[in-house]
Design a protein around this ligand. Sequence first.
Ligand SMILES: Nc1ncnc2c1ncn2[C@@H]1O[C@H](COP(=O)(O)OP(=O)(O)OP(=O)(O)O)[C@@H](O)[C@H]1O
Ligand SMILES: [Mg+2]
Length: 413
Amino acid sequence: MTSDELFVWIYLPGDQTPVVAGRLGVSQTAAGKLGHFTYGRTYLARKDAIPIDPVALPLKKGEYTFTSLSGFPGAILDSCPDRWGVKVIERLVGQQDYPRGYILRNDPGRAGALAFSTGAKEAPQEQSSREFSLEQLLTAAEDVEANRPVDSELLKALHPGTGGARPKCNIVENNAVWIAKFPSIDDEPLISIPRLEHATMQLGRLCGISTAETCIREVNGRDVCLVRRFDRQIDNDQIHRRAFLSARSVFYADPAYVAVSTPSYARLSRWMPRYGCTEAHRKELFRRMVFNCMVKNVDDHELNHGLLHVRGDTFELAPAYDIVPSLKRHAIHYHAMLVGESGAGTIANLVSVAEAFTFNRDEALAVIHQIQQTVKEGWRDVFYAAGFGDEDLRTVEHVFQTLPEGSELSDRR
Ligand SMILES: Nc1ncnc2c1ncn2[C@@H]1O[C@H](COP(=O)(O)OP(=O)(O)OP(=O)(O)O)[C@@H](O)[C@H]1O
Ligand SMILES: [Mg+2]
C-alpha cells in the first residue's frame, strides 16, 4: 500500500493503552478516492476485539473498500476535527492534507476511542498540553478568532479533538471531562449563545429527553457553557474512552445511501436496530426530533446526533447535545436533518413518520402534545433558572410558539 497508510488504534473498554485494530490506505483513482480498510490478524484473534463500526466494518478478515467521504469509513472520519479544530491545528502546524493530516494530529480529546499513527510499531503520540485557567483559554480562543498571535501551548490546549465549528476546548473538572464552549465573534449579538445552549438543554431534560449535562461558568463577564462528555469517564484518576459513531457514519454504512444523500431522522431510526439500539432509543429519537422543532434547533445535522458504544456490537443513542434555538422568525422552520417526510417543522409532518420510530399516529400525537405543553408551561422558569433576565426572555419568546398544524401538501417546499 502507499505511504498514505494510516494505522488505526483503539482503546478497548477499560484499557489505558491503545492497540492496533487495522489499517486504512486511500488511493487516488480516475473515479475519485478509494479507501481500503483491513483489520489486523492479531486484533481479530483477540476475544475482546470490538468492531470500529459493527455495520460498516464488522470484525472479519479481508478488505473493505470505500468510495464516499474521501475514501474514509465514517467511523474513522468521526475522529477528524471540524472547523474549530482545523483552525487550531493550522495555527499550530499549518495546512494539512484533509482529512488524513488532521486525523493524525492525535489529541486526547478526540471523539470516541480511536487513535492513529503512520506505522504499526509507532504508537499514537497524543498532543497533551499544560493546564490553563478557563480565563486564559477564553482569551486565547478570542485571539484565535481575531487572528491575533497565540502561544503554542495555549493553542494545543484549545484543540478540542472533537468536531464542531464553535470555539471550544476540553477541560477536566469535578472528576469529569467537559467540552468548554466559548462565545464566538459570529454569535447573534442579542443574547448569550453559550447560556442559550445551557438553558435549552435544561428544557430538553424537563421534556424527558436525555441530554448531556451542562453548566455555565462566568469568566470575565462572559458565559462559557460546559458540556459533560459522555464518551469519557474518569475512574481512579484515569480517563476511560467509549467508542462513538455519528449519525453520518450510520447513514454511510448503507451503500445505497450515496444515491439518496438525504440525512433524515426516520432513516437514522430505521438503521438504529442494526447497531443494537432498542425501541426505547428510537422513541427517544422521535422526542428529540419533536423537541428540536419546538425549540427551532434547525442546525440538527448528522454530526449532532450519535451512538455510543455499550458492549461488543451494541451501541445506544448518545445523550442529546448541541441544541441551540435559531432566533430567525419563520412561519415554518426546516431542519438540517430531514424531519418527517417533507422537512417542515409541523405537527402533520412529524406524525407522518411515526411508524419509523415504533409509534402509531395517536402515540406520536400524544408525545408532540406533551412536549409542546411542557415547553409552553416550563420554558420561562427554566430560562430564569439558567440566569436569563426579562429582556433575554423577550428576545427568545417567539421561539417557543406552538407548532403549526401543517398539512402534507402545504408542507412541501
Ligand atoms: N457531551 C459530549 N460528549 C462527547 N462528545 C460530544 C459531546 N458534545 C458534543 N460532542 C462531540 O463534539 C462535536 C462538537 O460539539 P458540538 O456539536 O457541541 O459543537 P459545535 O461547535 O456547536 O457544533 P456545530 O458545528 O454543529 O455548531 C460533536 O459533533 C460531537 O461529536
Ligand atoms: Mg455540533
